[in-house]
Design a protein around this ligand. Structure first.
Ligand SMILES: [Zn+2]
Ligand SMILES: [Zn+2]
Length: 385
């Protein structure tokens, strides 16, 4: 019997005309009908950051990974490509007319076929992209792929933060899309131009997420009391909230006066009220916010809590581009240009003028990069950008 079937296949290959209809591979004119792309429902109506429904339509370049298992030809895989109008396949998937092949299809941009198995693409982590399984059936040589929220057995987390921010993010108790079983994973994410980054998967009861990146001006964390629901989008508010941290990187601040008059950075006598620049803002595990402050006195960096900082006493921050003016006509000693109204970048805090009590900043002039200092009374404001 087996031998007879083999003979039949050979005959099919060699003498197509003589084959009975039951044994003709039926893939020759195979077509695909793909349903619309299912959008997420917002689980949270708060307006946080810039809301983004995410993908709502198929786009040119989208791909669907398809496998077809025929009793006759075994399992074969293909990739469907969308050209903006129709879906076409790179290879045909053979089966026989009269067979009911087992078809699986998934929209999973992080995955590819490798030797008949779905594997993650290089540098991709599960949970960073969608993984929607289609409901499949075959009728009249057309494979119908139905994508609906039913095929999306996970939720989406929109992390609303600072546009284009790159950050490390931990997710514990998180089952990434396309996976079964919760993991504790660290993701290196980058927010898009709207300040959104996304994770796709299910956060179980007791799951938690948090920013791991130090020196980040914004952060948030969340514990999930109830599991997230399939097809729903959740938002984590990690937008910059000045209430969380009144001081930012680059701010020039005055510290509380040290009772013994010594500099808190080097311990040497210093009768000035210490001043310094915020170099970084970190959030400790217990929620305490720690500022690293580089002292103007000795350029040592010390770590302080907010209470040790008496306030931001200074109008301008490191990196600010400002307009300055001189009261008398003068030539820049480096480039020789006439200096009256000019632009400069604040590079440091020189101290407080003993005569008039005004702040004096280190600056770099834009005419030629000449480094000098200027009193705040000569700064007319920030350059509008
Ligand atoms: Zn010092
Ligand atoms: Zn110059």
């Amino acid at each position: 019997m087996t031998r007879k079937i083999w003979n039949g296949v050979l005959l099919c290959v060699l003498l197509l005309v003589s084959c009975s209809q039951e044994e003709i591979p039926a893939n020759k004119f195979m077509q695909y009908a793909v349903s619309e792309f299912p959008a997420f429902d917002d689980a949270d109506s708060r307006a946080v950051g810039t809301p983004d429904l995410g993908k709502t339509n198929w786009q040119k370049g989208d791909q669907i990974l398809v496998s077809l298992t025929s009793q006759k030809y075994g399992t074969n895989t293909s990739v469907l490509n969308y050209d903006g109008v129709t879906w076409t396949s790179d290879v045909s998937l053979p089966y026989l007319v009269g067979e009911t092949p087992d078809i699986k299809a998934v929209y999973a941009p992080a995955y590819q076929w490798t030797d008949g198995k779905l594997t993650l693409k290089e540098n991709m982590m599960a949970g960073t992209e969608e993984y929607i399984e289609a409901r499949c059936d075959i009728r009249n040589n057309t494979i119908n792929l139905s994508f609906a929220n039913a095929g999306r057995n996970y939720s989406r987390l929109r992390i609303a933060t600072t546009p284009n921010l790159e950050f490390a993010f931990s997710a514990n108790g998180f089952t990434p899309s396309g996976q079964s079983g919760a993991v504790n994973a660290t993701y290196n994410l980058r927010a898009d131009a709207n300040g959104n980054a996304f994770l796709y998967g299910t956060f179980g009861q007791g799951a938690s997420v948090s920013f791991l990146t130090n020196y980040v001006m914004t952060w948030a964390e969340h514990n999930f009391n109830t599991p997230t629901l399939a097809g729903k989008s959740y938002v984590l508010d990690a937008t910059d909230n000045p209430k969380n941290h009144p001081y930012r990187k680059g701010d020039i601040v005055t510290l509380l006066k040290n009772p013994n008059g010594n500099c808190p950075g080097c311990g040497k006598p210093s009768d000035e009220t210490p001043t310094g620049t915020i170099e970084s803002v970190e959030k400790m595990e217990n929620g305490t916010i720690i500022y690293s402050v580089k002292l103007d006195h000795c350029e040592n960096t010390i770590r302080l809590q907010e209470a040790a900082i008496s306030g931001k006493k200074h109008l301008y921050s490191i990196g600010d581009v400002v307009n300055c003016k001189k009261w008398t006509i003068e030539y820049c000693p480096k480039c020789g240009k006439l200096i009256m109204n000019y632009q400069a970048t604040i590079t440091g805090f020189r101290g407080i003028d003993a005569q008039d009590g005004k702040d004096v900043y280190w600056i770099t002039r834009h005419c030629c990069g000449y480094k000098t200092s200027v009193s705040e009374i000569a700064i007319t404001g920030l350059v509008d950008e």
